[in-house]
Design a protein around this ligand. Sequence first.
Ligand SMILES: Cc1cc2nc3c(=O)[nH]c(=O)nc-3n(C[C@H](O)[C@H](O)[C@H](O)COP(=O)(O)O)c2cc1C
Ligand code: SF4
Length: 595
Amino acid sequence: MEEICRGFGNDRTRMMDIVLAVQERFGCVPREAMQVIARAVQSHPVEVESVVTFYSFFSTRPQGKVVIRLCNDIVDWLKGYQAVADAMAKELGITMGETTPDGAITLTHTPCIGMTDQAPAALINGVVVTHLTPERARQLVRDLRRHLDPQQLVTMVGDGNNAHPLVRSMVRNNIRVRGPVLFADFESGSALQRALAKAPEGVIGEIKGSRLRGRGGAGFPAGLKWELARNAPGRKRYVLCNADEGEPGTFKDRVLLTECPDLMFEGMTIAGYAIGSDTGIVYLRGEYRYLLRYLQSVIEERKRKGLLGRDILGKAGFDFDIRIQLGAGAYVCGEETALISSCEGLRGDPRNRPPFPPQQGFFGQPTIVNNVETYCCASRILIEGAPWFAAMGSARTSGTKVLSIAGDCRRPGVYEVPFGVTARELLEMTEAENPGAMLIGGPSRQMIGPDRFEGRICYDDLATGGAIMILNRARNQLEIAEHYLDFFIEESCGHCTPCRVGLILLKKAVHKVVSGAGEPADLDAMRELSDFIVQTSRCGLGQAAPNPVMGALQSFKDLYAGLVAERKPGLLPTFDLAEAVVDAELRVGRQSQYV
Ligand SMILES: Cc1cc2nc3c(=O)[nH]c(=O)nc-3n(C[C@H](O)[C@H](O)[C@H](O)COP(=O)(O)O)c2cc1C
Ligand code: SF4
């Protein structure tokens, strides 16, 4: 244990890496280990514990030598999750969440692992297995029982760099449409050379001129963010890349990381030059650990070519290095301030804003956080020029967008399309089967029905960070909304009450309606509660969590209306505040004035 801490310079801020290494070596991080870590990095055991208990990939109790994490995203459900889970559990002789009596194999589930185009899928000690069926699941368990080596399950590797010796994964890229920004040829260093020929302000001017907006979902103008960070006072500046890709149904960054890492690292280096930074960090979600060694090799190669390190491409004084920070299974860490906390070795707690990261981010210094795709776009803009990029897309959203599309369609995968494409065009491209609804931007965005299929994918209409899920007419949108509420409840960091408690109340209300026990007033109560949660939550998770419910209420009014008949005798209202406080009133001996 001490040796692991020493390996990270006994540096408290590398807590994530230390705990990840301990978890990997010993299969868990027990209390004694926390004490040792705390001593070594001069922290307090409580601080170590706060990290260990925050991330779902860490465990304080021993787990099996092999941990099977079956992805339980909605698309996996649609594609047969339950039958696969049952087959595995039966073959192992345990239930979900248990470990076999010999301590060999643990079976558990996990939210979206970024493989919805090849669902049902699972992560087995970090090895991805895809396209599971009950029969394959049974065989996989038998094989694991023999060798306990998940890598041996990969008998056929996927396409592109999935077959690289440092990756060797069965994942397939499923690139269906290659556009001119992300998937065109790229020569390492060509964008950087053009950037270094300009002054840093000139690079920012080029990015601003392209009207590039962040590709992670919120669509903030990238050039403006870089300018703010450049002009903010600080000792040091940082370039962070958000490769957390936790939004259920999103997998486009997986493909970009696999096929275009050079383009991304180059974009980060250009950003470093533009804002005056010498340090970049890629926050890679723990689910994509299988790409880690390959990505590190690309960084090493860039160092050998003089594209990272000191005096880059002979530019005296321009030094820039990149390291990769692995996450450990926490969706909220995709939120930029939570990501910063995690990179600092803390729990992934979102922070109050302002100050915004370009003013005070990583260790309180000016920091830009951009999505993988945003950095890739920046490189291409430097090569082709701002006017070329700005000429593509819709009136107010320039360029192309890489979409990850899955669900009820024949051609799930990754599509690079110009902004402004309609939802209906996507349904045609993907050969959707009897589409009844689309989840645009994943559960934290919006569920649309056929009346909005003419809507356009862009930040001013149907906004998305990349996820699109297609649901056929037989699917129950309300059950799907309920499923995603469970996801948000599970992933809430718990800091603020509206998110921590409000989402549970909302889930109860939705469940009451979906199970047929609702009444018309419940729909109003759901709307009111959703509004309250959106308005009072501290970060984007809580602010977006009621969206699946609100979207379903808006787009599928008839479905809900049909479920809630007039109040049936004997049914209770969703929540009766007056009645809920009676017990408390009796105890304190006075009546509340407010209910
Ligand atoms: C709960 C939550 C999760 C998020 N997850 C991601 C993510 O996985 N990837 C991402 O790029 N942005 C994510 N975001 C958005 C980031 O906070 C941030 O806006 C983004 O990284 C900025 O980069 P961009 O401007 O290039 O899009 C998330 C936001 C929230 C509220
Ligand atoms: S809104 Fe939810 S996830 Fe965000 S800070 Fe509050 S409790 Fe945490």
